[in-house]
Design a protein around this ligand. Structure first.
Ligand SMILES: [Zn+2]
Length: 354
C-alpha cells in the first residue's frame, strides 16, 4: 500500500510548489533580483532582518529585547521618504511599524544570532506596506463597495446598550457613503437598510466592480466583556491559516482574494492606522484611548471570495461596557467614519506613488 501514499506525497509536493509559484506572482522585480540573505526554518523560506535593512535603506538596526530597524526621513532622488521604525521580537508574531501592530504569518526566528523573517511576510506584508506603489496589480479606482456587517435576521452581536452590531455597522457605513460621495467616489452598499444579505451575495456584489475596493464594517464582542480595541482583517496569504486556527490543507489553495492580497494589506494599513490616529487624537474629536489589536490575517468569506482589495474592520467591542459607551456615541461614530473615508484617499494616493 506504499504506492498510493507516495503518489499522494508527490502530488502534495507538486501542488504546493505550484502554489508557491502563484504566491509570488506580482512580486516586485527588484525584490526578486536582490541578493537576500536567506535561510530555511521548519521548511519555510526566510530572509534575515539584516538584509531587510540593506534592501529598504534603513539607517540602522539595533538588537535588544526588540530588534528595531530605523530610517530617518529624507529626500532621495528628489522624492521624500518618510520616517520608518519597525520593531520585531524573537519568537513573536508581532511587527510594529510606525506604532501600528501587524500580526505576521510566521514568528521572527533567532537562528544562531541571525534574526529571520519569513519570505511570505516579506513579500505579502513588509513590501506592500512599505512600498504600496510597487504593488503590481493595485489599480486606481473610483468605486468603493461598503459592506455593513450582518442585517435583518442576522443581528450580529448584542451590545451593552442592547443595540445590535448590525445597527452600528449600517450607521457608520452610511456616514462613510455620504462623505465618499461628497469626494466624488461612486459608492455601492451591499445593504442600505436592515435587510439580510448572505455572505455569498456580498461577494457577488463586490465582484461586479473590478475597479473598486471593498470595506466591511463590523463591531466586536467577546472576552467576557473585558476585551477591547479595534482590529482589521485581511486575507491570509496562500498557506497561512485563519487567525488562531491551525494550518489546514485547504489553506494552500489559491482563493480569489489572493489575487489582490498585497493591495488588500496596503488598504488595511491605511484604514487601521487612520482609525487609530483619528480615534486616539483629540485633534479629530476626542482621545478615545482605543487599543490597537492589530492588522490580522483571516479567511472570512468576504475576504476569500472577493477579487478586489478587501478588508474587514472591527470598530470596537460593543460587549465591553466602557467601549460600548464610546461606540454608542455619535462623535465616536463620526470619527471612525471620517477615518475610513480618509483611508480610502490615503490608499489611493499610496498606490500611485505620490
Ligand atoms: Zn460582525
Amino acid at each position: 500500500m506504499n504506492r498510493p501514499a507516495l503518489d499522494t506525497a508527490t502530488n502534495k509536493f507538486l501542488f504546493s510548489l505550484f502554489n508557491v509559484l502563484l504566491l509570488f506572482i506580482g512580486i516586485s522585480s527588484d525584490v526578486e533580483a536582490f541578493q537576500w540573505e536567506t535561510a530555511k526554518y521548519k521548511g519555510q523560506d526566510h530572509v534575515t532582518l539584516r538584509s531587510l535593512k540593506s534592501f529598504y535603506f534603513f539607517d540602522k538596526i539595533s538588537y535588544g529585547a526588540d530588534i528595531v530597524l530605523y530610517r530617518a526621513p529624507s529626500t532621495r532622488q528628489g522624492k521624500k521618504t518618510p520616517e520608518i521604525e519597525m520593531k520585531f521580537r524573537s519568537g513573536s508574531y508581532s511587527c510594529i511599524m510606525n506604532g501600528v501592530l501587524f500580526k505576521l504569518s510566521h514568528p521572527v526566528i533567532n537562528n544562531g544570532g541571525k534574526y529571520l523573517i519569513s519570505r511570505i511576510d516579506l513579500v505579502k506584508l513588509v513590501d506592500p506596506v512599505l512600498r504600496p506603489s510597487h504593488i503590481k496589480n493595485a489599480k486606481p479606482f473610483t468605486t468603493v463597495v461598503i459592506d455593513p456587517g450582518h442585517g435583518g435576521k442576522d443581528s450580529g452581536s448584542l451590545g451593552f446598550y442592547k443595540v445590535h452590531e448590525k445597527y452600528y455597522a449600517l450607521k457608520i457605513a452610511q456616514m462613510v457613503r455620504d462623505d465618499l460621495q461628497k469626494l466624488g467616489y461612486r459608492v455601492v452598499m451591499t445593504r442600505d437598510s436592515d435587510v439580510f444579505v448572505s455572505l455569498a451575495n456580498r461577494v457577488r456584489i463586490a465582484n461586479k466592480y473590478p475597479d473598486a475596493v471593498f470595506i466591511s464594517i463590523h463591531f466586536n464582542s467577546g472576552g467576557n466583556g473585558k476585551a477591547n480595541g479595534i482590529e482589521t482583517f485581511t486575507i491570509s496569504p496562500v498557506g497561512v491559516p485563519h487567525m488562531g486556527r491551525g494550518v489546514q490543507q485547504r489553506d494552500f489553495r489559491v482563493v480569489p482574494g489572493n489575487r489582490t492580497d498585497s493591495a488588500s494589506i496596503a488598504l488595511a494599513t491605511a484604514a487601521h492606522s487612520r482609525a487609530l490616529l483619528y480615534l486616539n487624537n483629540p485633534k479629530w474629536g476626542a482621545n478615545y484611548q482605543i487599543e490597537d489589536r492589530g492588522i490580522k490575517r483571516a479567511r472570512f468569506n468576504v475576504l476569500t471570495g472577493i477579487r478586489i482589495p478587501a478588508i474587514l474592520l472591527e470598530g470596537g467591542f460593543i460587549s465591553n461596557r466602557i467601549e460600548a459607551r464610546k461606540v454608542h456615541s455619535i462623535s465616536y461614530q463620526k470619527t471612525l467614519a471620517a477615518a475610513i473615508v480618509r483611508a480610502v484617499s490615503v490608499y489611493r494616493k499610496s498606490i500611485v506613488g505620490r
